[in-house]
Design a protein around this ligand. Structure first.
Ligand SMILES: Cc1c2[nH]c(c1CCC(=O)O)Cc1[nH]c(c(CCC(=O)O)c1C)Cc1[nH]c(c(CCC(=O)O)c1C)Cc1[nH]c(c(C)c1CCC(=O)O)C2
Length: 373
C-alpha cells in the first residue's frame, strides 16, 4: 500500500488531559475555569484590523498563514484556554461552489438564494479534497498552538439554511420558516444536504488536528421546541454524528434557546453533545438543569456573560463575571464564555480583565481535593 503523504496524515493531538478546557468538556474536574470567547479573533483587536486591512474576509479564510496568525492573536494576547479556528460558517458553502460574499457590517450574502427543488440541485455534497486549504491551516495552527487546544466549528443546518433561503441576514426568518412548514420534504432534503456539508467541514478540521468542535446554531431560537424537534434536531444530530468516531468533545450553541436547551442537549434523542452553550437570557445553572432533563445525564455548560456588560463600569462587570462563575459552580462543568460573540467595539483590555477574573476563580470541582482546615 502506498504511504500516505505527510501532508494528509492526521496530526497527533498535542493536547493532553491537562488542558482545563478539554477536562471540563469531558466532565472532569479542573483546577481553573477555562475561558474562551466566541469571535475572540476579529475587529475588536487592532492587530486583526492591521492584517485584514487589504484582504477580504473570505480571501483571508483561504490563506493558511493568515488564518494561523489571526487565530493565534487572541491566544497570545489574552491567554485564553482554547483557540477557535478562524473561518466562517459560509466557508464550506463557498467550497461546494455557491456564489456568496461576506459583507462587512452585514454578514453573508448569497447571490442566488435557495428556495426551490431546482435551487437545491445547485448545492452539491462537500468532499474532503475541497477542503485542502482548511486542513493545511489547521495543521499549521496545531503546530504553533502547543498545549492550547484548537476548537473546530461549523454552522448548524438550520442557521446555514437561514442564510441560503433568505439570501442574507434576516431578523425574523419569514421565508425560512415558511419553507420549513410549507414544503417539509424540500426542507428536509435541504437540511440533510447541509448536515452533510457541516459534518464534512467539522470532520476535516478534526482529522487535521482540532481537539474539539462547536456547532453554531446561532439563529435557531427563532423556533418553538416542537418545530425544533420535528424540523431541525435530526439534522443537527447528523452533523454532530459526522465526528462521533473521532472522540472529540462536541459543543452545541445557539442564542435565545432557553426553550430549546433540553432538545439541543440531545438532538434527536442522541448522546452527541458534551457541552451545551447557554446564552445570557437564562442563568447558567438553570441551563444545566434543562440540559440534564433533556439528555438524561449531566451535561457541561458554556457561557454566559451578556456581551453588553463589557461596556458597563468595571465594578459592575466584575460582579457580573463572578455571578456567572458562581452559577457555573452549580453545574456539572463550566466553560466560561460570553452569551454570544465579542462585539467589534469591545475594548480588548476589558476582555483581558474578564480572562484574569475567571482564572482567579477557584472552581468548586477541582482536580485535587483541597486540604480541610
Ligand atoms: C452567524 C455566524 C456567521 N459566522 C459565524 C456565525 C456563528 C456564530 C455567531 O452567531 O456569531 C461563525 C464565525 N465567524 C467567524 C468565526 C471565527 C472564530 C471566532 O469566533 O473567533 C466564527 C466561529 C469569523 C468572522 N465572521 C465574520 C467576521 C467579521 C468580518 C470582518 O472582520 O470583516 C469575522 C471575524 C463575518 C460574519 N459572518 C457571519 C456574520 C453574522 C458576520 C458579521 C458581519 C459583520 O458584522 O461584519 C455569519
Amino acid at each position: 500500500m502506498p504511504a500516505t503523504p505527510p501532508s494528509q496524515q492526521p496530526a497527533p493531538h498535542p493536547t493532553g488531559p491537562e488542558s482545563p478546557y478539554l477536562r471540563v468538556c469531558r466532565g472532569l474536574p479542573s483546577d481553573r475555569v477555562p475561558v474562551w470567547f466566541m469571535r475572540q479573533a476579529g475587529r475588536s483587536l487592532p492587530e486583526y484590523r492591521a492584517v485584514r486591512r487589504d484582504v477580504g474576509m473570505l480571501e483571508s479564510c483561504r490563506r493558511p498563514e493568515l488564518v494561523t496568525e489571526i487565530t493565534l492573536q487572541p491566544v497570545r494576547r489574552y491567554g485564553v484556554d482554547a483557540a477557535i479556528f478562524f473561518s466562517d460558517i459560509v466557508v464550506p458553502l463557498e467550497a461546494v461552489g455557491l456564489d456568496l460574499d461576506i459583507v462587512a457590517g452585514t454578514g453573508p450574502v448569497i447571490a442566488e438564494p435557495i428556495r426551490t427543488r431546482a435551487d437545491l440541485d445547485r448545492l452539491p455534497e462537500l468532499h474532503p479534497e475541497q477542503l485542502g486549504h482548511i486542513g493545511e491551516a489547521v495543521r499549521l495552527l496545531v503546530a504553533e498552538l502547543g498545549p492550547t487546544p484548537l476548537i473546530g466549528f461549523a454552522g448548524a443546518p438550520f442557521t446555514l439554511a437561514s442564510y441560503l433561503v433568505e439570501g442574507g441576514p434576516s431578523r425574523d426568518l419569514l421565508r425560512t420558516k415558511a419553507l420549513a412548514h410549507g414544503d417539509p420534504q424540500l426542507w428536509n432534503d435541504l437540511l440533510a444536504r447541509l448536515a452533510q456539508i457541516s459534518g464534512a467541514f467539522l470532520r476535516a478540521q478534526v482529522q487535521a488536528g482540532a481537539s474539539a468542535v462547536q456547532l453554531f446554531d446561532s439563529w435557531v431560537g427563532a423556533l418553538s421546541a416542537a418545530d425544533y424537534r420535528r424540523l431541525v434536531a435530526p439534522h443537527s444530530a447528523a452533523a454532530l454524528a459526522a465526528v462521533a468516531d473521532l472522540g472529540v468533545p462536541r459543543t452545541h450553541f445557539g442564542t435565545a434557546t432557553g426553550e430549546l436547551l433540553a432538545d439541543m442537549a440531545a438532538p434527536d434523542g442522541s448522546a452527541c453533545v458534551d457541552v451545551l452553550g447557554v446564552d445570557f437570557r437564562i442563568p447558567l445553572d438553570e441551563g444545566a438543569r434543562r440540559a440534564r432533563a433533556g439528555a438524561g445525564r449531566p451535561v457541561a455548560v458554556q457561557g454566559n456573560l451578556d456581551p453588553a456588560l463589557l461596556f458597563a463600569p468595571a465594578d459592575v462587570l466584575t460582579e457580573a463575571v463572578r455571578g456567572v462563575l458562581a452559577a457555573g459552580d452549580r453545574t456539572p462543568g463550566h466553560v466560561f464564555n460570553l452569551g454570544h460573540g465579542v462585539p467589534p467595539t469591545a475594548d480588548p483590555d476589558v476582555l483581558q480583565r474578564v480572562v484574569d477574573e475567571v482564572h482567579a476563580w477557584v472552581p468548586a470541582r477541582r482536580e485535587t481535593a483541597q486540604p480541610v482546615g
